[in-house]
Design a protein around this ligand. Structure first.
Ligand code: SF4
Ligand code: SF4
Length: 77
């Protein structure tokens, strides 16, 4: 029971309570996040040669972009 509650709490923290944060100043526009995001949150912005602000409504908090971003511009907070 305790393990189940802990797992549920960790699930809540890692999904419902976390959100993607993008640091534009760090972003180099490599578009790795665009390639790895399974739901298309990180779209290229031709005007800035970076990405648009990630769509927080769409984000499923999988963490793929955070792990793959070479510039450390993406975090889950
Ligand atoms: S992976 Fe990181 S550096 Fe590359 S476009 Fe995305 S946010 Fe910018
Ligand atoms: S955490 Fe996952 S779903 Fe959210 S923006 Fe990054 S790759 Fe896309």
């Amino acid at each position: 029971m305790e393990t189940t509650l802990r797992s549920f709490w960790e699930f809540l923290i890692n999904t419902v309570l976390k959100t993607i944060h993008w640091d534009e100043a760090r972003c180099t526009g490599c578009l790795t996040c665009y390639e790895v995001c399974p739901v298309g949150c990180c779209l290229p912005d031709p005007a800035t040669k970076k990405i648009r602000v990630p769509d927080k409504e769409r984000c499923v908090v999988c963490g793929a972009c955070v792990l793959q971003c070479p510039a450390g511009a993406l975090t889950l907070t």
